[in-house]
Each structure stands twice: as structure tokens, then as C-alpha cells.
Design a protein around this ligand. Structure first.
Ligand SMILES: [Zn+2]
Length: 229
């Protein structure tokens, strides 16, 4: 089971060949995309045949996690291929614009649900962000957990428990005040839950890497890199 970082930035990508939040979790023939931020579709097509995607999970409906779903629809139309979109839904105009398409098989989920996507079982946890956000645990041969966007909250221990890797929104500077976790929280999670952390959702102008130099259990997500879980 492996995780490939397609894009790691938010709220917008650093200039150059970079992209907003998007990750690919793979095992055998199962290919699960998690979020599809700006610039991610082009990078994703370098790595995987779009017609072989099992499903797309969307953590929340912010533009920097969803915008390439729109151009993704054009590609699906060319292929005449339906894809499962696993996400929370609401009745906002943005949600309807984004998801209302005949080639999207939308599977609405809440934190009470558990769904199968190919060889993976997905379960969900409510996070705390400026809009509703679901974290996901993807269980296959190993278990990877992804926070989506969030501040620290009471559901994070259950999300982490027994997981092999936590892909975490923990790349903001220590003095950051906003709806994301900072580098200090990554260190606490690594220590308190004895879990390997891949820190992501980088700001375009801040490199968290030096903060983790003394923490072998924490890596910063690198675009284009594949991590064995
Ligand atoms: Zn967000």
C-alpha cells in the first residue's frame, strides 16, 4: 500500500510546477484519490490512468481541495466513464455546481458511515475547520489516516489510533493563527500517539522542513514522491 503526493499546497500553490491538495492511495488495482486541488489533475494523469481510478474522496468543499473536479469532468466525458465521489454534501450552490454531473456517482457520507472503495474500507471523522470537513481512515493492507483541513480536536486520537501513517494538515508556522494545525502540533501528535506523520498543506511561502530535523517520525510531504505505508 502506498501514498503518492500529487499536490501539497493551500490555499494556493507555490509558483512553478506545484499543485493544491491531492493524494493518491494505491494498492493493487485500487486507486483512491483524496482531494483534487488546483493543478492536480495534470499531475495525477502523469501517474495514473484516469479510467482506472476507483474513487475520489473529498475532505471538504473548499476550492483548494476541489477545483480540479471541474476539469476532471471533461476528461470523464471523453472517456464516458463514471467515477465514485465520496464526500459530505450540502445544499450550497458551489456543492451543486461541483458535484451535479451524470458521470459523478456521488456517495454522500457522514462520520457515522463506513464505505468500501475497491480493496479499501473508508471511515470518517468530523474535524474542525471553517466549513464541515471529514478526516478519513483508509484501511487496506495498512492503514493511512488523512486529516483534511482542521485545527486540533477531540476526534484526532481516534483517527490516529493504530494507523501506520497520518497525513496531517500540520505545516503552518508555530505562530499561525487560523483553521489549520501548526508544526508544533505535528511534534505533539508524533510523540503522544507514536505515529509516523507526513506533514502537508504547506503555505506557498513557508518551509516547515527545518522544524522537523530532530524528529525522525515526521516528514514533510514532497510532491511527486511515493511513500510506502
Ligand atoms: Zn480548507
Amino acid at each position: 500500500m502506498k501514498l503518492t503526493v500529487i499536490g501539497r499546497y493551500g490555499p494556493y500553490a507555490r509558483s512553478g510546477n506545484h499543485a493544491g491538495s491531492c493524494y493518491l492511495v494505491s494498492q493493487g488495482d485500487t486507486n483512491l484519490v483524496m482531494d483534487m486541488g488546483p493543478g492536480s489533475m495534470s499531475r495525477l494523469t502523469q501517474l495514473v490512468d484516469i479510467s482506472e481510478l476507483t474513487a475520489v474522496f473529498i475532505s471538504h468543499l473548499h476550492y483548494d481541495h476541489t477545483s480540479d473536479l471541474l476539469s476532471f469532468r471533461y476528461r470523464l466525458e471523453e472517456l464516458d466513464r463514471r467515477v465514485k465521489i465520496i464526500t459530505q454534501v450540502d445544499d450550497t450552490p458551489w456543492c451543486r455546481l461541483l458535484l451535479d454531473h451524470p458521470l459523478f456517482e456521488v456517495i454522500p457520507v457522514t462520520s457515522a458511515d463506513s464505505v468500501k472503495a475497491g480493496d479499501f474500507t473508508l471511515s470518517f471523522f468530523d474535524m474542525k475547520h471553517t466549513v464541515p470537513c471529514l478526516a478519513v481512515r483508509v484501511e487496506g493492507e495498512k492503514t493511512v489516516a488523512y486529516t483534511g483541513d482542521t485545527v486540533y480536536n477531540d476526534n484526532i486520537p481516534a483517527l490516529c489510533r493504530g494507523a501506520d501513517l497520518l497525513l496531517a494538515d500540520t505545516s503552518k508556522p508555530a505562530d499561525f493563527k487560523g483553521p489549520h494545525m501548526n508544526v508544533e502540533i505535528a511534534k505533539e501528535l508524533n510523540k503522544n500517539y507514536d505515529i509516523k506523520i507526513l506533514s502537508t498543506h504547506l503555505s506557498p511561502d513557508y518551509d516547515p522542513e527545518p522544524e522537523f530535523a530532530a524528529f525522525p517520525g515526521i516528514s514533510v510531504a514532497h510532491e511527486g514522491e511515493t511513500y510506502e505505508i
